[in-house]
Design a protein around this ligand. Sequence first.
Ligand code: 5AD
Ligand code: SF4
Length: 491
Amino acid sequence: MQQLDIHTAVDRIREDQSHNQPLAEDRQGEALNLTDAQKAASVNGKNFYIESYGCQMNFSDSEIVASILLESGFGLTKNYEEADLILLNTCSIREKAEQRVRNRLNTFNKLKQNRPGTLVGILGCMAERLKSKLLDEEQIVDIVVGPDAYRTLPDLVADAGDGQKAVNVLLSREETYSDINPVRLDANGVTSFISIMRGCDNMCSFCVVPFTRGRERSRNAFSIVAEAQELFDRGYREVTLLGQNVDSYKWKHPETDETVTFAQLLSMVAAVNPLLRVRFSTSHPKDMLDDVLHAMAEHENVCNYIHLPVQSGSSRILKKMNRTYDREWYEGRVNAIRRIIPDCAISSDIITGFCSESDEDHAETMSLMRWVRYDMSYMFAYSERPGTLAARRYEDDVPEKVKKARLQEVIALQNEHALARNQQFVGKVCTVLVEKPSKRSDEDLCGRNDQNKMVIFPKENYQIGQYVDVLIESCSSATLKGKARGLAEIG
Ligand code: 5AD
Ligand code: SF4
Protein backbone atom coordinates (compact mmCIF):
# COMPACT_ATOMS: atom_id res chain seq x y z
CA MET A 1 0.00 0.00 0.00
CA GLN A 2 1.30 3.43 -0.95
CA GLN A 3 1.50 6.29 1.53
CA LEU A 4 0.00 9.45 0.10
CA ASP A 5 2.51 12.27 -0.18
CA ILE A 6 1.18 15.30 1.71
CA HIS A 7 2.17 17.86 -0.90
CA THR A 8 0.48 15.85 -3.62
CA ALA A 9 -2.54 15.53 -1.36
CA VAL A 10 -2.74 19.24 -0.66
CA ASP A 11 -2.28 20.06 -4.37
CA ARG A 12 -5.02 17.63 -5.17
CA ILE A 13 -7.35 19.29 -2.67
CA ARG A 14 -6.75 22.65 -4.34
CA GLU A 15 -7.31 21.05 -7.73
CA ASP A 16 -10.54 19.44 -6.55
CA GLN A 17 -11.75 22.78 -5.35
CA SER A 18 -10.80 24.75 -8.45
CA HIS A 19 -12.18 22.19 -10.93
CA ASN A 20 -15.44 21.67 -9.12
CA GLN A 21 -15.07 17.93 -9.04
CA PRO A 22 -17.97 16.14 -7.35
CA LEU A 23 -16.56 16.35 -3.86
CA ALA A 24 -15.98 20.08 -4.00
CA GLU A 25 -19.33 20.63 -5.68
CA ASP A 26 -21.13 18.89 -2.86
CA ARG A 27 -19.32 21.01 -0.35
CA GLN A 28 -20.05 24.22 -2.16
CA GLY A 29 -23.81 23.63 -2.01
CA GLU A 30 -25.98 25.91 0.13
CA ALA A 31 -23.84 26.16 3.21
CA LEU A 32 -26.23 26.83 6.03
CA ASN A 33 -25.08 28.43 9.22
CA LEU A 34 -27.26 29.03 12.26
CA THR A 35 -28.62 32.28 10.93
CA ASP A 36 -29.50 30.65 7.62
CA ALA A 37 -30.99 27.71 9.46
CA GLN A 38 -33.10 29.94 11.64
CA LYS A 39 -34.22 31.86 8.60
CA ALA A 40 -34.92 28.64 6.70
CA ALA A 41 -38.68 28.69 6.99
CA SER A 42 -40.23 25.28 6.88
CA VAL A 43 -41.25 24.24 3.39
CA ASN A 44 -43.46 21.38 4.53
CA GLY A 45 -45.13 23.43 7.30
CA LYS A 46 -43.36 21.50 10.08
CA ASN A 47 -40.69 22.61 12.53
CA PHE A 48 -38.24 20.47 14.49
CA TYR A 49 -36.44 21.03 17.76
CA ILE A 50 -33.27 19.15 18.67
CA GLU A 51 -31.48 18.69 21.98
CA SER A 52 -28.13 16.89 22.42
CA TYR A 53 -26.61 14.97 25.30
CA GLY A 54 -23.21 13.41 25.93
CA CYS A 55 -20.03 13.66 23.94
CA GLN A 56 -19.04 16.19 21.31
CA MET A 57 -19.62 13.57 18.64
CA ASN A 58 -23.33 13.67 19.48
CA PHE A 59 -23.44 17.45 19.16
CA SER A 60 -21.70 17.09 15.84
CA ASP A 61 -24.20 14.42 14.74
CA SER A 62 -27.08 16.73 15.65
CA GLU A 63 -25.72 19.18 13.08
CA ILE A 64 -25.86 16.42 10.46
CA VAL A 65 -29.43 15.55 11.49
CA ALA A 66 -30.41 19.22 11.27
CA SER A 67 -28.94 19.45 7.76
CA ILE A 68 -30.86 16.37 6.62
CA LEU A 69 -34.17 17.70 7.98
CA LEU A 70 -33.68 21.24 6.65
CA GLU A 71 -32.83 19.78 3.27
CA SER A 72 -36.07 17.80 3.27
CA GLY A 73 -38.21 20.86 4.01
CA PHE A 74 -38.46 21.08 7.79
CA GLY A 75 -37.87 24.37 9.63
CA LEU A 76 -35.72 24.58 12.77
CA THR A 77 -37.03 26.04 16.02
CA LYS A 78 -35.21 26.76 19.25
CA ASN A 79 -38.48 26.55 21.21
CA TYR A 80 -39.74 23.00 21.77
CA GLU A 81 -43.23 24.26 22.59
CA GLU A 82 -43.76 25.21 18.95
CA ALA A 83 -42.14 22.11 17.46
CA ASP A 84 -43.97 19.44 15.46
CA LEU A 85 -41.02 17.12 15.92
CA ILE A 86 -38.92 16.96 19.11
CA LEU A 87 -35.62 15.09 18.85
CA LEU A 88 -33.31 14.05 21.67
CA ASN A 89 -29.84 12.95 20.61
CA THR A 90 -28.92 10.71 23.52
CA CYS A 91 -25.95 9.22 25.37
CA SER A 92 -25.63 5.80 27.03
CA ILE A 93 -22.13 6.00 28.41
CA ARG A 94 -23.20 5.95 32.06
CA GLU A 95 -26.53 5.09 33.63
CA LYS A 96 -26.97 8.68 34.82
CA ALA A 97 -26.87 9.94 31.22
CA GLU A 98 -29.79 7.69 30.28
CA GLN A 99 -31.72 8.69 33.40
CA ARG A 100 -31.40 12.34 32.46
CA VAL A 101 -33.02 11.68 29.08
CA ARG A 102 -35.86 9.69 30.66
CA ASN A 103 -36.54 12.58 33.06
CA ARG A 104 -36.54 15.01 30.17
CA LEU A 105 -39.17 12.91 28.39
CA ASN A 106 -41.56 13.70 31.27
CA THR A 107 -41.43 17.39 30.30
CA PHE A 108 -42.40 16.51 26.75
CA ASN A 109 -45.15 14.20 28.00
CA LYS A 110 -47.03 17.18 29.40
CA LEU A 111 -46.53 19.10 26.17
CA LYS A 112 -47.83 16.22 24.09
CA GLN A 113 -51.05 16.16 26.09
CA ASN A 114 -51.72 19.73 24.91
CA ARG A 115 -50.39 19.16 21.37
CA PRO A 116 -51.21 15.52 20.55
CA GLY A 117 -49.79 15.69 17.01
CA THR A 118 -46.23 16.41 18.21
CA LEU A 119 -43.81 13.61 17.41
CA VAL A 120 -40.97 12.66 19.77
CA GLY A 121 -37.86 10.96 18.42
CA ILE A 122 -34.92 9.40 20.26
CA LEU A 123 -31.64 9.45 18.35
CA GLY A 124 -28.11 8.32 19.16
CA CYS A 125 -26.68 5.80 21.56
CA MET A 126 -29.77 5.14 23.71
CA ALA A 127 -31.77 4.50 20.53
CA GLU A 128 -29.17 2.02 19.34
CA ARG A 129 -28.77 0.30 22.71
CA LEU A 130 -32.46 -0.14 23.53
CA LYS A 131 -33.91 -0.30 20.00
CA SER A 132 -37.69 -0.92 19.90
CA LYS A 133 -37.66 -1.73 23.63
CA LEU A 134 -37.55 2.01 24.08
CA LEU A 135 -41.01 2.27 22.51
CA ASP A 136 -42.43 -0.09 25.15
CA GLU A 137 -40.64 1.58 28.03
CA GLU A 138 -41.42 5.17 27.04
CA GLN A 139 -44.92 5.48 25.59
CA ILE A 140 -44.29 9.05 24.51
CA VAL A 141 -41.62 8.04 21.98
CA ASP A 142 -42.73 7.76 18.32
CA ILE A 143 -39.42 7.40 16.49
CA VAL A 144 -36.18 5.57 17.35
CA VAL A 145 -33.14 6.18 15.10
CA GLY A 146 -29.60 4.88 15.56
CA PRO A 147 -26.44 6.90 14.70
CA ASP A 148 -25.97 5.37 11.24
CA ALA A 149 -29.59 5.77 10.08
CA TYR A 150 -30.08 9.54 10.09
CA ARG A 151 -30.55 9.74 6.33
CA THR A 152 -33.81 7.83 6.74
CA LEU A 153 -35.18 10.27 9.33
CA PRO A 154 -37.48 12.21 6.91
CA ASP A 155 -39.10 8.92 5.79
CA LEU A 156 -39.44 7.70 9.37
CA VAL A 157 -41.13 10.97 10.35
CA ALA A 158 -43.54 10.57 7.43
CA ASP A 159 -44.38 7.02 8.57
CA ALA A 160 -44.88 7.87 12.25
CA GLY A 161 -47.89 9.46 13.95
CA ASP A 162 -51.45 8.48 14.90
CA GLY A 163 -50.08 5.76 17.14
CA GLN A 164 -47.78 4.48 14.38
CA LYS A 165 -44.16 4.08 15.49
CA ALA A 166 -41.02 4.09 13.33
CA VAL A 167 -37.63 2.52 14.06
CA ASN A 168 -34.32 2.30 12.19
CA VAL A 169 -31.31 1.16 14.19
CA LEU A 170 -29.27 -0.46 11.41
CA LEU A 171 -25.56 0.06 11.88
CA SER A 172 -23.38 0.51 8.83
CA ARG A 173 -19.79 -0.30 7.92
CA GLU A 174 -19.62 2.56 5.41
CA GLU A 175 -21.73 5.49 6.55
CA THR A 176 -19.62 8.57 7.36
CA TYR A 177 -22.06 11.27 6.19
CA SER A 178 -19.08 12.69 4.33
CA ASP A 179 -21.17 14.41 1.65
CA ILE A 180 -23.39 16.21 4.17
CA ASN A 181 -22.49 19.78 4.91
CA PRO A 182 -23.49 20.21 8.57
CA VAL A 183 -25.38 23.32 9.67
CA ARG A 184 -23.62 24.85 12.67
CA LEU A 185 -26.00 24.87 15.60
CA ASP A 186 -25.20 27.20 18.52
CA ALA A 187 -22.28 28.47 16.52
CA ASN A 188 -19.96 31.19 17.82
CA GLY A 189 -18.73 31.60 14.23
CA VAL A 190 -15.12 31.00 15.28
CA THR A 191 -14.65 27.42 16.48
CA SER A 192 -16.22 24.29 15.04
CA PHE A 193 -16.03 20.50 15.13
CA ILE A 194 -15.41 18.21 12.17
CA SER A 195 -16.22 14.55 12.49
CA ILE A 196 -13.43 12.52 10.83
CA MET A 197 -14.49 8.98 11.67
CA ARG A 198 -17.30 6.99 13.26
CA GLY A 199 -17.58 4.00 15.55
CA CYS A 200 -14.95 2.24 17.62
CA ASP A 201 -13.25 -1.15 17.36
CA ASN A 202 -11.53 -1.06 20.71
CA MET A 203 -13.84 -2.97 22.99
CA CYS A 204 -12.73 -1.48 26.30
CA SER A 205 -14.54 -3.78 28.68
CA PHE A 206 -16.46 -1.01 30.49
CA CYS A 207 -17.65 0.80 27.37
CA VAL A 208 -20.94 0.63 25.52
CA VAL A 209 -19.77 2.74 22.53
CA PRO A 210 -18.65 -0.12 20.23
CA PHE A 211 -22.19 -1.53 20.58
CA THR A 212 -24.02 1.75 20.04
CA ARG A 213 -21.84 3.29 17.34
CA GLY A 214 -20.68 0.22 15.50
CA ARG A 215 -17.46 -0.53 13.64
CA GLU A 216 -14.78 2.05 13.13
CA ARG A 217 -14.67 3.73 9.70
CA SER A 218 -12.72 6.75 8.49
CA ARG A 219 -14.16 9.56 6.44
CA ASN A 220 -12.84 10.66 3.06
CA ALA A 221 -9.79 12.84 3.79
CA PHE A 222 -10.56 15.28 0.99
CA SER A 223 -14.08 15.88 2.27
CA ILE A 224 -12.59 16.68 5.70
CA VAL A 225 -10.15 19.19 4.24
CA ALA A 226 -12.89 20.71 2.09
CA GLU A 227 -15.07 21.15 5.18
CA ALA A 228 -12.17 22.84 7.01
CA GLN A 229 -11.55 25.12 4.02
CA GLU A 230 -15.19 26.05 3.79
CA LEU A 231 -15.35 26.87 7.50
CA PHE A 232 -12.23 29.00 7.16
CA ASP A 233 -13.73 30.86 4.19
CA ARG A 234 -16.79 31.61 6.33
CA GLY A 235 -14.62 33.17 9.04
CA TYR A 236 -14.04 30.20 11.36
CA ARG A 237 -10.56 30.13 12.87
CA GLU A 238 -10.43 26.80 14.71
CA VAL A 239 -11.52 23.26 13.90
CA THR A 240 -11.47 20.24 16.21
CA LEU A 241 -11.18 16.91 14.41
CA LEU A 242 -13.40 14.39 16.17
CA GLY A 243 -13.27 10.62 16.51
CA GLN A 244 -13.46 8.00 19.29
CA ASN A 245 -9.87 7.11 18.49
CA VAL A 246 -8.37 9.61 16.05
CA ASP A 247 -4.95 7.93 15.99
CA SER A 248 -6.37 4.95 14.18
CA TYR A 249 -7.79 7.15 11.40
CA LYS A 250 -6.89 5.56 8.10
CA TRP A 251 -8.54 6.44 4.81
CA LYS A 252 -7.82 4.57 1.66
CA HIS A 253 -8.37 6.32 -1.65
CA PRO A 254 -10.84 4.06 -3.48
CA GLU A 255 -9.12 4.43 -6.86
CA THR A 256 -5.43 4.73 -6.12
CA ASP A 257 -5.21 2.60 -2.95
CA GLU A 258 -3.12 5.35 -1.35
CA THR A 259 -3.73 5.77 2.37
CA VAL A 260 -3.93 8.83 4.57
CA THR A 261 -2.96 8.33 8.22
CA PHE A 262 -3.99 10.63 11.06
CA ALA A 263 -0.57 12.32 11.12
CA GLN A 264 -0.96 13.03 7.40
CA LEU A 265 -4.53 14.24 7.83
CA LEU A 266 -3.33 16.68 10.50
CA SER A 267 -0.78 18.09 8.07
CA MET A 268 -3.39 18.33 5.32
CA VAL A 269 -5.86 20.25 7.51
CA ALA A 270 -3.06 22.43 8.92
CA ALA A 271 -2.14 23.36 5.33
CA VAL A 272 -5.59 24.92 4.75
CA ASN A 273 -4.34 28.19 6.26
CA PRO A 274 -1.84 29.20 8.97
CA LEU A 275 -4.65 31.24 10.56
CA LEU A 276 -6.77 28.12 11.07
CA ARG A 277 -6.06 26.41 14.38
CA VAL A 278 -6.38 22.64 14.42
CA ARG A 279 -7.29 20.56 17.48
CA PHE A 280 -8.36 16.94 17.78
CA SER A 281 -9.89 14.46 20.20
CA THR A 282 -9.71 11.68 21.41
CA SER A 283 -6.25 10.06 21.33
CA HIS A 284 -5.80 6.44 22.39
CA PRO A 285 -2.53 5.71 24.24
CA LYS A 286 -2.02 2.45 22.35
CA ASP A 287 -2.22 4.15 18.93
CA MET A 288 -0.73 7.58 19.59
CA LEU A 289 2.70 7.15 18.06
CA ASP A 290 5.52 9.62 17.42
CA ASP A 291 4.42 10.43 13.84
CA VAL A 292 1.41 12.34 15.20
CA LEU A 293 3.62 14.19 17.71
CA HIS A 294 6.06 15.17 14.95
CA ALA A 295 3.18 16.43 12.80
CA MET A 296 2.00 18.52 15.76
CA ALA A 297 5.50 19.90 16.37
CA GLU A 298 5.94 20.70 12.69
CA HIS A 299 2.80 22.80 12.30
CA GLU A 300 2.53 25.96 14.37
CA ASN A 301 -1.27 25.97 13.92
CA VAL A 302 -1.82 22.45 15.31
CA CYS A 303 -2.50 23.16 18.96
CA ASN A 304 -0.27 21.75 21.69
CA TYR A 305 -2.89 19.84 23.60
CA ILE A 306 -3.60 16.11 23.76
CA HIS A 307 -6.51 14.38 25.44
CA LEU A 308 -4.95 11.02 26.30
CA PRO A 309 -7.33 9.09 28.59
CA VAL A 310 -5.51 6.70 30.92
CA GLN A 311 -8.61 5.35 32.77
CA SER A 312 -6.47 3.76 35.55
CA GLY A 313 -2.88 3.86 36.80
CA SER A 314 -2.86 0.15 37.67
CA SER A 315 -1.62 -2.25 34.98
CA ARG A 316 -3.74 -5.02 36.48
CA ILE A 317 -6.92 -2.92 36.11
CA LEU A 318 -5.90 -1.70 32.64
CA LYS A 319 -5.69 -5.34 31.55
CA LYS A 320 -9.17 -6.04 32.91
CA MET A 321 -10.41 -2.91 31.15
CA ASN A 322 -8.98 -4.34 27.92
CA ARG A 323 -7.16 -1.09 27.22
CA THR A 324 -4.31 -3.10 25.60
CA TYR A 325 -1.54 -0.99 27.17
CA ASP A 326 0.01 -1.02 30.62
CA ARG A 327 1.21 1.76 32.88
CA GLU A 328 4.73 1.58 31.52
CA TRP A 329 3.59 2.01 27.93
CA TYR A 330 1.42 4.97 28.93
CA GLU A 331 4.35 6.60 30.74
CA GLY A 332 6.45 6.08 27.62
CA ARG A 333 3.84 7.94 25.55
CA VAL A 334 3.79 10.84 28.02
CA ASN A 335 7.60 10.96 27.91
CA ALA A 336 7.42 11.10 24.11
CA ILE A 337 4.99 14.03 24.26
CA ARG A 338 7.25 15.88 26.71
CA ARG A 339 10.29 15.22 24.51
CA ILE A 340 8.78 16.16 21.14
CA ILE A 341 6.37 18.95 22.24
CA PRO A 342 7.74 20.26 25.57
CA ASP A 343 4.92 22.74 26.22
CA CYS A 344 2.08 20.35 25.35
CA ALA A 345 -0.90 20.24 27.74
CA ILE A 346 -2.22 16.76 28.54
CA SER A 347 -5.64 15.79 29.85
CA SER A 348 -7.18 12.46 30.78
CA ASP A 349 -10.29 10.43 31.59
CA ILE A 350 -10.18 8.48 34.84
CA ILE A 351 -12.58 5.85 36.16
CA THR A 352 -12.68 5.00 39.88
CA GLY A 353 -14.04 1.76 41.33
CA PHE A 354 -13.82 -0.48 38.27
CA CYS A 355 -14.49 -4.18 39.03
CA SER A 356 -12.11 -5.56 41.70
CA GLU A 357 -10.22 -2.24 42.08
CA SER A 358 -8.33 -2.44 45.40
CA ASP A 359 -6.92 0.34 47.58
CA GLU A 360 -3.52 -0.44 46.02
CA ASP A 361 -4.89 -0.11 42.47
CA HIS A 362 -6.47 3.20 43.43
CA ALA A 363 -3.16 4.35 44.95
CA GLU A 364 -1.51 3.58 41.60
CA THR A 365 -3.99 5.84 39.80
CA MET A 366 -3.16 8.60 42.28
CA SER A 367 0.59 8.07 41.82
CA LEU A 368 0.29 8.12 38.04
CA MET A 369 -1.64 11.38 38.27
CA ARG A 370 1.14 12.82 40.48
CA TRP A 371 3.69 11.76 37.89
CA VAL A 372 1.88 13.20 34.85
CA ARG A 373 0.30 16.23 36.56
CA TYR A 374 -2.59 16.48 34.10
CA ASP A 375 -3.77 19.91 33.03
CA MET A 376 -7.34 18.64 33.16
CA SER A 377 -9.28 15.39 33.63
CA TYR A 378 -12.79 14.08 33.20
CA MET A 379 -13.36 11.81 36.20
CA PHE A 380 -16.08 9.22 36.72
CA ALA A 381 -17.21 6.52 39.14
CA TYR A 382 -17.58 3.22 37.28
CA SER A 383 -21.13 2.60 36.06
CA GLU A 384 -21.88 -0.92 34.84
CA ARG A 385 -23.41 -0.94 31.36
CA PRO A 386 -25.55 -3.86 30.21
CA GLY A 387 -24.03 -6.01 27.47
CA THR A 388 -20.44 -4.82 27.89
CA LEU A 389 -17.59 -7.26 28.43
CA ALA A 390 -17.21 -6.14 32.05
CA ALA A 391 -20.91 -6.58 32.79
CA ARG A 392 -20.78 -10.11 31.39
CA ARG A 393 -17.46 -11.20 32.90
CA TYR A 394 -16.78 -9.29 36.10
CA GLU A 395 -18.63 -8.49 39.26
CA ASP A 396 -19.34 -4.82 39.91
CA ASP A 397 -17.98 -5.38 43.41
CA VAL A 398 -16.62 -2.02 44.59
CA PRO A 399 -19.26 -0.52 46.90
CA GLU A 400 -20.82 2.72 45.62
CA LYS A 401 -19.53 4.57 48.70
CA VAL A 402 -15.95 3.48 47.97
CA LYS A 403 -16.22 4.42 44.28
CA LYS A 404 -17.46 7.88 45.26
CA ALA A 405 -14.82 8.37 47.99
CA ARG A 406 -12.04 7.45 45.54
CA LEU A 407 -13.57 9.75 42.96
CA GLN A 408 -13.47 12.64 45.44
CA GLU A 409 -9.77 11.97 46.10
CA VAL A 410 -9.04 11.91 42.38
CA ILE A 411 -10.96 15.16 41.84
CA ALA A 412 -9.16 16.91 44.71
CA LEU A 413 -5.77 15.88 43.36
CA GLN A 414 -6.70 16.93 39.83
CA ASN A 415 -7.77 20.37 41.10
CA GLU A 416 -4.35 20.81 42.72
CA HIS A 417 -2.59 19.89 39.50
CA ALA A 418 -4.82 22.05 37.31
CA LEU A 419 -4.08 25.05 39.51
CA ALA A 420 -0.33 24.36 39.51
CA ARG A 421 -0.34 23.94 35.71
CA ASN A 422 -2.25 27.21 35.25
CA GLN A 423 0.09 29.06 37.61
CA GLN A 424 2.93 28.33 35.18
CA PHE A 425 1.30 30.74 32.73
CA VAL A 426 1.15 33.69 35.15
CA GLY A 427 3.56 36.41 33.98
CA LYS A 428 3.67 34.97 30.45
CA VAL A 429 2.04 36.12 27.21
CA CYS A 430 -0.42 33.70 25.53
CA THR A 431 -1.94 33.98 22.08
CA VAL A 432 -5.71 33.69 22.48
CA LEU A 433 -8.28 33.10 19.76
CA VAL A 434 -11.25 35.17 20.92
CA GLU A 435 -14.44 33.07 20.97
CA LYS A 436 -17.14 34.99 22.83
CA PRO A 437 -17.97 37.48 25.58
CA SER A 438 -17.10 36.13 29.02
CA LYS A 439 -20.02 34.56 30.94
CA ARG A 440 -19.38 36.71 33.99
CA SER A 441 -19.12 40.15 32.37
CA ASP A 442 -19.96 41.80 29.07
CA GLU A 443 -16.86 43.93 29.54
CA ASP A 444 -14.62 40.86 29.15
CA LEU A 445 -13.87 38.54 26.25
CA CYS A 446 -12.72 34.94 26.45
CA GLY A 447 -11.00 32.38 24.27
CA ARG A 448 -8.42 29.60 24.46
CA ASN A 449 -4.68 29.57 24.27
CA ASP A 450 -2.65 26.97 22.41
CA GLN A 451 -2.85 24.58 25.39
CA ASN A 452 -6.67 24.80 25.48
CA LYS A 453 -6.77 26.96 28.64
CA MET A 454 -9.67 29.39 28.80
CA VAL A 455 -8.34 32.96 29.06
CA ILE A 456 -10.45 35.96 30.15
CA PHE A 457 -9.42 39.56 29.53
CA PRO A 458 -11.00 43.06 29.33
CA LYS A 459 -12.41 43.51 25.85
CA GLU A 460 -11.23 47.07 25.06
CA ASN A 461 -11.61 47.21 21.25
CA TYR A 462 -10.82 43.57 20.52
CA GLN A 463 -13.23 41.45 18.51
CA ILE A 464 -14.45 37.87 18.38
CA GLY A 465 -12.38 35.88 15.86
CA GLN A 466 -9.15 37.85 16.40
CA TYR A 467 -5.90 36.41 17.70
CA VAL A 468 -4.86 38.51 20.70
CA ASP A 469 -1.68 38.35 22.80
CA VAL A 470 -2.69 38.39 26.47
CA LEU A 471 -0.36 38.85 29.44
CA ILE A 472 -1.59 36.43 32.14
CA GLU A 473 -1.87 38.12 35.54
CA SER A 474 -3.76 35.58 37.67
CA CYS A 475 -5.48 32.20 37.48
CA SER A 476 -7.80 29.68 39.11
CA SER A 477 -7.76 25.92 38.46
CA ALA A 478 -10.25 26.54 35.61
CA THR A 479 -9.20 29.80 33.91
CA LEU A 480 -6.42 32.26 33.25
CA LYS A 481 -7.00 36.00 33.55
CA GLY A 482 -4.96 38.76 31.95
CA LYS A 483 -4.73 41.90 29.90
CA ALA A 484 -4.40 42.26 26.13
CA ARG A 485 -1.02 43.32 24.80
CA GLY A 486 -2.08 43.72 21.16
CA LEU A 487 -3.07 41.66 18.14
CA ALA A 488 -0.93 38.57 17.64
CA GLU A 489 1.18 38.09 14.54
CA ILE A 490 0.46 34.67 13.04
CA GLY A 491 2.02 32.80 10.15
N1 5AD B 1 -18.46 3.95 33.63
C1 5AD B 1 -17.79 5.08 33.92
N2 5AD B 1 -17.14 5.82 33.00
C2 5AD B 1 -17.16 5.37 31.73
N3 5AD B 1 -16.60 5.85 30.60
C3 5AD B 1 -16.93 5.05 29.58
N4 5AD B 1 -17.69 4.03 30.02
C4 5AD B 1 -17.84 4.20 31.35
C5 5AD B 1 -18.50 3.48 32.37
N5 5AD B 1 -19.17 2.35 32.08
C6 5AD B 1 -15.75 7.04 30.57
C7 5AD B 1 -14.32 6.69 30.12
C8 5AD B 1 -14.29 7.23 28.72
C9 5AD B 1 -15.22 8.44 28.84
C10 5AD B 1 -15.74 8.95 27.55
O1 5AD B 1 -16.27 7.97 29.64
O2 5AD B 1 -13.42 7.35 30.96
O3 5AD B 1 -13.00 7.61 28.31
FE1 SF4 C 1 -15.18 3.28 24.52
FE2 SF4 C 1 -12.64 2.44 24.59
FE3 SF4 C 1 -13.79 2.99 22.22
FE4 SF4 C 1 -13.20 4.99 23.90
S1 SF4 C 1 -11.71 3.61 22.91
S2 SF4 C 1 -15.14 4.71 22.78
S3 SF4 C 1 -13.56 4.05 25.91
S4 SF4 C 1 -14.37 1.34 23.63
